[in-house]
Write a protein that binds this ligand. Structure first.
Ligand code: HEM
Length: 198
C-alpha cells in the first residue's frame, strides 16, 4: 500500500515535487541536501561531520540574511514613493523582515563561532592576513546591535519622528544606510570566500 505523506502526496511524489518545483525553498533544500549528503550518496555520507553541517547552516543563514538586505536595498526602497504611505509600506516590510533577520543573524553567529572553535581559529583575529574573520564578526556585531538593541530601544521611534517631519529626507537616509550595509555585506562575503579558498 502506498503510504500517504503530507498534503496527500506519496513519498516518491513528494521527492519529485521537491526536485522539480522551481521555487526558492525547493532549490534551497535541494542544495542543502546535496551539500550534506553529496551527489554520490552513501560514500559521501561518511564524510558528514558537525563542521560541515555548521558550515552549511552558516551559508544558508547568510544567503537568507544578505539576500533580504539586498532585496530591500535595490528593489523595495527604490519602488517606494516618499510619502506617508510609502513610509508605512517600508515599515511593514522591514518589520516582517526583521523577524526573519533576527533568527538567521543568530544562526549565522552561532554556527560561525562554533566553526571558529572547532577550527581552533581564535588566534585568526590577531592575524592581518585573516582580516575576513574580523570583517565577518564586525558585520555580525553591527547587525546584532541594530536589530536587538538600537531598533527596539530608540531607532524605530526616531525613524518614525523623522518620517513625520520629512518623508523624502528620511527615505533618502534609509536608502543610503541600506546601500552601505549591502556593500559591506557583499565585500565581507567575497572576502570570506577568497580567505578560505584563495
Ligand atoms: C560571529 C560572526 C561570524 C563568525 C565567527 C564566522 C566564522 C566563520 C568561519 C570560522 C568560517 C569557516 C572558515 C573555514 O571553513 O575555514 C566561515 C565561513 C564563511 N562565512 Fe562566516 N562567520 C561569521 C559571520 C559571517 C557573516 C556576517 C558573513 C557574511 C555576511 C559570513 C560569511 C561567510 C562565508 C561566505 C563563509 C564561507 C567561506 C567558504 O567556505 O567559501 N560569515 N565563517
Amino acid at each position: 500500500m502506498t503510504r500517504v505523506w503530507c498534503g496527500g502526496f506519496s513519498k516518491s511524489q513528494l521527492i519529485v515535487k521537491l526536485a522539480v518545483e522551481p521555487t526558492v525553498i525547493g532549490v534551497l533544500w535541494l542544495t542543502q541536501l546535496l551539500v550534506m549528503f553529496g551527489v554520490e550518496g552513501e560514500r559521501k555520507c561518511a564524510m558528514i561531520d558537525d563542521l560541515t553541517l555548521a558550515r552549511s547552516l552558516h551559508i544558508l543563514a547568510v544567503v537568507i540574511w544578505i539576500g533580504g538586505v539586498y532585496f530591500v536595498t535595490f528593489i523595495v526602497l527604490p519602488s517606494l514613493k516618499a510619502t506617508a504611505n510609502g513610509i508605512a509600506r517600508f515599515e511593514a516590510i522591514e518589520t516582517l523582515f526583521a523577524r526573519h533577520a533576527k533568527i538567521v543573524v543568530t544562526l549565522a553567529g552561532a554556527s560561525g563561532f562554533y566553526m571558529l572553535h572547532k577550527l581552533d581559529g581564535w588566534a585568526w583575529y590577531g592575524e592581518p592576513s585573516q582580516w575576513w574573520v574580523f570583517a565577518m564578526t564586525a558585520l555580525w556585531l553591527l547587525f546584532t546591535i541594530v536589530l536587538f538593541v538600537l531598533e527596539p530601544l530608540f531607532l524605530h521611534a526616531w525613524f518614525m519622528r523623522q518620517a513625520a517631519e520629512d518623508p523624502a529626507r528620511t527615505l533618502a537616509w534609509a536608502r543610503r544606510f541600506h546601500l552601505i550595509l549591502t556593500l559591506l555585506s557583499l565585500t565581507t562575503i567575497a572576502g570570506a570566500i577568497y580567505g578560505v579558498h584563495g
